[in-house]
Design a protein around this ligand. Sequence first.
Ligand code: ADP
Length: 579
Amino acid sequence: MKIKFKLTLAVGLLFVMIATLTTISAIYINRLSVDAKNIIKDNYNSVSYSREMLIALNNDISRDIENKRFLKYIEKEKNTITEVGEKELANNIEHNFNLLQKNTNDSALIQNIRKDITDVMLLNMQAIQRKSAVAEETAKNSIIIISVVGTFCFLIAFTLLVNLPSNIANPISELTNSIKQIANKNYSERVHFESSSEFGDLAKSFNTMAQKLQEYTSSNLEKLLMSKKRIETLINNMSEPVIGLDETKNILFINNEALKISGLKGEEVIGKPVQDIAMYNDLIRSLIQDLFKPNPLRDEKKQPLKIFANNKESFFEKEIIPIKITPTGEDMEKHIGDVILLRNVTTYKELDLAKTNFIGTVSHEFKTPIASIKMSLQLLENEQIGTMNAEQKELVNSIKEDTNRLLKFTGELLNMTQVESGSIHLELQPSDTAEIINYALNTVKQTAEQKQIRVVLKIAENLPKAMADKEKTAWVITNLLTNAIRYSHENSIITIQAIESNEKVRISVIDSGQGIAPEYLDKIFDRYFRVPGIKKEGTGLGLSISKEFIEAQGGSITVESEFGSGSRFNVELNSVQII
Ligand code: ADP
């Protein structure tokens, strides 16, 4: 039953009961009052009139006043006739009184009248007695009926008083307890109320909610566990070593491949601080070196790590990926850990080595025939052997140019193989910078002249000697000058400057040629890189080899350029300080 209906019914019932009780009481009180009124109004008045008539009769009826009194009350009596026979008696009294008026001393007549009046009185008194018995009966009935109805109402009101509040309050307190249980994550909690009331609907909704929450948490947990398992399996099956760290640098996970190359056991390391593991494991130590630097240069070009794994030497490229998340409802990113990834580059390394060896062998093999071609050309030019006509001379010159180019290219390739195989042989010695510059200048002199380019030399006085490999540095400066000439316009000026700066010797090659666009500036030292759209011949190897040569000597090479206005290449070498 609905609570609203229950309350309406209870209040309605009380209302009906009160109304019934009031109506019944009113009816019975009214009845009692009618009974009493009847007695007083008719019978009592008749008795009173009779008494007045008797007094008048006893006093002296011949007196006018008593006569009138008698007539007045007989008249009134006639108007209050209520009982059977009363009317006849009243008429007799009136008739006899009229006779008495003619002879006021007729005692027999007076006797008759007195008897009739007494009869009227008796008749009315009997009626009073009878009617008061009726009234008494009515009163008795009223008490019984009002008591019965009152008791009935009391019982109903008492039942409502006992049942109704608990009927409403109990489900509410049960529901409150269940809500508390749900708040405490006890999602198996259910409520059971009478299904037809509003509480039944509430219980149904509550139980559905609890069931859904239970389903949601269990399915979510299951899903989470499932995806965790999936990710763990995926990481474990990765062919490359992976180590996961939390924000406090404790090891969260380490896959089978990482365990294999480090020689560690999962249960030994998981949950432990990585620094502790690094104390006794060399590989982990070298892996986490950068991790504790305040600002590790993540883009820094690093040499692959050489690790002895799978019974052979393998090469791995290390990458540290910081894991950042933005927590729900927050704006700031939060660092929650790092993943150390090792990429197995052994195959590429082996291929690279094979390529380097191949290029090295080929370019080495090329050198001898090219040298012999050059020698043959020199012999051809010798007039003692024979003279050539103009066309033949032109052909020989062209072959000479191509041979030179071929020789330069094979030279560059050979240098590159040296750089790649890490076998640059340096002969570091205190070297005169001017000597190196002049050597380079002599090499490019002819080419500059061909383009009518003037090379200005600005060598500072008292320049200290540079700690350098003369031959390699000269090669670098030659390369820079060749580029400057190649990418400069005809009739322009190229400046070679040599100064001392911060205990270093700085050689700068400055041209006013086409310059380099800013987006390519950080790429021009990459191997085989050439600015797109460049039509001039070249290999894209010169600057990368130059960088390797200079860095191998402990120096540095940088570029500054304004697109369209020229470039400036700076080579800095350690100077030999005279103590
Ligand atoms: P290349 O054999 O192509 O000259 P380099 O390694 O010496 O190879 O140079 C790489 C690229 O850098 C060149 O292709 C050219 O686009 C650009 N470059 C080098 N030097 C200059 C310069 N002085 N002026 C303009 N561009 C230059």
